[in-house]
Design a binder for this molecule. Structure first.
Ligand code: BF8
Length: 679
């Protein structure tokens, strides 16, 4: 064989490497569908992760491609740097500058994604407030009244010397205007910053990181990271902080609030999770992406008698909706529509052969969906003007809020018409689990609040007495570079075993649902005695699913409520709490990490962080930020060590609060615990 032929053969063999299903995922349904894909000759992300390795320099964060003299690559050797670090790009940029630029560009990408989603919601909100659309209405008046003061909108007016309730339509209009203004106002600072605990707000002010408006902070990152502008990693990360705060306490928080007002604030409800929710004899429609604007309409359309009857006329028993990613979480928390899977299962839902239509909007959508859909009868429908696909089998139905229901019905009808076109033998895995989802600031108050004392009294009281050791936020993506769901589930089980209550969102939340961690019964099986007792008493799961990734803003506000309820310090950084993103992959995760850290939370990421090539910058993130904001980054790939780093931080905070002794007694024996209760 000639050298050339040998090279081609080697390349083909390498390219056709197949994933080992057992190494790829801990979920039986996913394993089964990876095998099914391989049997049918359909390539998935799991196979591609085998045949393509990540770039060894990019992974360290030290590849600069911000100008055409590069890319300049500054790898850090295994033995590190001895003496002065003399690595530099053509312009002289140091490894720290390059890594910091890359890092905050990720923040910009993430903050832009969350915030632009928020802006779309705000625009639909305005259309509803102006009554330009009959399809969207203000659904949650209580939430409107609760949010209005935070945007400086009055809910009362004085008429003839008497104070009376203001017309809700007027309030909605002003809330919409004020909210939209947050993206581009010319002066001042974001209004929601005042919702943070006072000491945190003061910290941001002192350090000059109060965001002025949402868009400006993102634009400024792009400017500062342009060739030859900001060359100090500390100054760069300062702007990253400003943009990240504009995401968490701005764009994301506005998205959550306006969605709640428009579509209803979620309350706990029962549903299921995993691919077993798809039904062979139903028309299956999978909704994937992030914005709930269209999906709300699809849910309503699919439940209408007109569409159900139409499905029956085509030989189906009904219509089964399923979610993937955060649009899935949105329709789960408000309507109980079950998620069919996480980010990494999107291709697999089509490979069942039973997906009549996959409807996608924005973010986390694989372009390979189009290639997979080609092998089946599935209609892949893009719906957003900013997110189209190049492949010609993709149908684009551009959604417009002014005729939302019409668009939704057109999509549902298209799926129904496709029911009889199934090609290959259908294979739907059986796995699915029951879950309770739909928690939020309001429902935590209901379940763990106090009637007469502070709002979050029961929660705080149980943290102080040690039954609950602390609070963890475990959130974020899946990543094909690690075993699907494994780190999420291992870390969360370890935390609840050690009496740490877990708040979850995003794909981590879906993973918890799939693996049965979202039921009150979970407590007796996996929790330490203290947390189990609390969960059993109030009837909640030890892992509370708070929704989509923009709903991480719910975690910020829940933490603020815990501070306000008293007894656990004066700021978020005083709380026995920690954050984690075990299987992160997206830029949004970096923005979330940065706003959690600079809101005072010790935040551990799994896998790796693209900062290892610049040890000085890494130290700044991992150590120095704590001195400024009270929170800091960390990274730990081993899931058990990862959980124990979080627990060690929680214990450090308990000690600082002087409540570590109560916890020690809880650990000793029952009699001590009873004594503690009597205190
Ligand atoms: O915004 S957790 S994989 S779906 S990025 Fe994407 Fe990550 Fe899932 Fe939701 Ni969040």
């Amino acid at each position: 064989m000639s050298e050339e032929k040998k090279a081609v053969a080697a390349k083909t063999e390498k390219a056709s490497k197949k994933a080992d299903p057992v190494k790829a995922s801990i979920d039986g349904a996913t394993q089964q569908m990876i095998l099914r894909a391989q049997e049918l000759g359909v390539e998935t992300v799991f196979d591609r992760a085998e045949s393509m390795k990540p770039c060894n320099i990019g992974i360290q964060g030290t590849c600069c491609k911000n100008c055409a003299m590069g890319p300049c690559r500054l790898p850090l050797g295994k033995s590190g740097i001895e003496g002065e670090d003399e690595r530099k790009g053509l312009c002289g940029a140091s490894a720290n500058t390059i890594a910091a630029r890359n890092f905050i560009r990720m923040v910009a990408g993430g903050a832009a994604a969350h915030s632009d989603h928020g802006r779309s919601v705000a625009e639909v909100f305005m259309a509803a407030a102006r009554k330009e659309t009959g399809d969207y209405k203000i659904k949650d008046l209580d939430k409107l009244l609760a949010v209005a003061p935070h945007l400086g909108v009055a809910t009362k007016v004085t008429v003839d010397g008497k104070e009376v309730d203001r017309d809700p339509d007027e309030i909605a209009l002003e809330v919409g205007e004020k909210a939209l203004n947050e993206w581009g106002k010319s002066e001042g600072e974001l209004m929601y910053l005042q919702r943070a605990p006072k000491p945190l707000y003061e910290k941001w002010k002192k350090n000059g990181v109060l965001p002025r408006n949402i868009d400006r902070e993102i634009v400024e990152i792009m400017h500062r990271t342009h060739m030859g502008v900001d060359q100090d990693y500390r100054n760069l990360i300062k702007q990253g902080t400003r943009a990240a705060i504009a995401d968490g306490w701005g764009g994301s928080m506005l998205a959550t609030d306006l969605q709640d007002i428009l579509f209803g604030t979620p309350y706990p409800l029962q549903s299921e999770a995993n691919m077993g929710i798809m039904k062979q004899d139903h028309v299956n429609i999978i909704i994937h992406g992030h914005e709930p604007i269209l999906s709300e309409m699809i849910v309503a359309a699919a439940q209408s008698t007109e569409m159900v009857d139409y499905a029956k006329s085509k030989g189906a028993k009904g219509i089964q909706l399923g979610g993937i990613c955060c649009t899935g979480n949105e329709i789960l928390q408000r309507h109980g529509v079950p998620p069919a899977g996480t980010f990494l299962q999107q291709e697999l839902a089509i490979i069942t052969g039973a997906c009549e239509a996959m409807v996608v909007d924005i973010q986390c959508i694989f372009q390979n969906l189009a290639n997979v859909a080609k092998c089946f009868h599935t209609k892949l429908i893009t719906t957003h003007p900013i997110a189209k696909m190049e492949q010609d089998n993709v149908i684009h139905i551009e959604f417009d809020e002014h005729h939302a229901m019409e668009d939704a019905k057109r999509i549902v009808r298209m799926a129904i018409d496709n029911f009889q076109n199934r090609k290959v033998e259908v294979m739907i895995p059986r796995q699915k689990s029951t879950q309770i989802a739909g928690f939020g600031v309001e429902s935590i108050r209901y379940h763990l609040g106090g009637t007469f004392r502070g709002d979050y009294y029961t929660l705080n009281d149980n943290i102080i007495n040690g039954r609950i050791r602390g609070i963890a936020g475990v959130v974020g993506c899946n990543n094909a570079r690690t075993t699907h769901n494994s780190d999420h589930i291992t870390i969360i089980k370890e935390l609840i075993k050690n009496d740490v209550i877990v708040l979850t969102t995003g794909c981590a939340g879906i993973a918890c649902g799939m693996h049965g961690l979202l039921t009150p019964e979970t407590a007796a099986v996996y929790c330490g005695a203290g947390l189990a007792e609390v969960c059993e008493t109030v009837g909640i799961p030890p892992v509370l699913h708070l929704g989509s990734c923009v709903d991480n803003s719910r975690i910020l506000l829940a933490a603020t409520e815990v501070v306000k309820a008293g007894g656990l310090g004066k700021d978020i950084c005083d709380l026995p709490a920690a954050g984690s993103a075990p299987e992160w992959m997206s830029e949004k995760a970096i923005s979330i990490g940065q706003y959690f850290v600079t809101s005072g939370v010790y935040t551990v990421f799994g896998l790796h962080l693209p900062v290892t090539g610049a040890p000085v910058f890494q130290d700044y993130l991992f150590k120095d930020l704590e001195k400024i904001y009270g929170g800091m980054w960390d990274c730990e790939a081993d899931p058990i060590k990862h959980a124990h780093k979080m627990i060690a931080h929680i214990d450090k905070k308990r000690k600082a609060l002087g409540i570590d002794k109560a916890r020690e007694r809880v650990l000793m024996d029952m009699a001590d615990r009873q004594k503690l209760e009597a205190m």
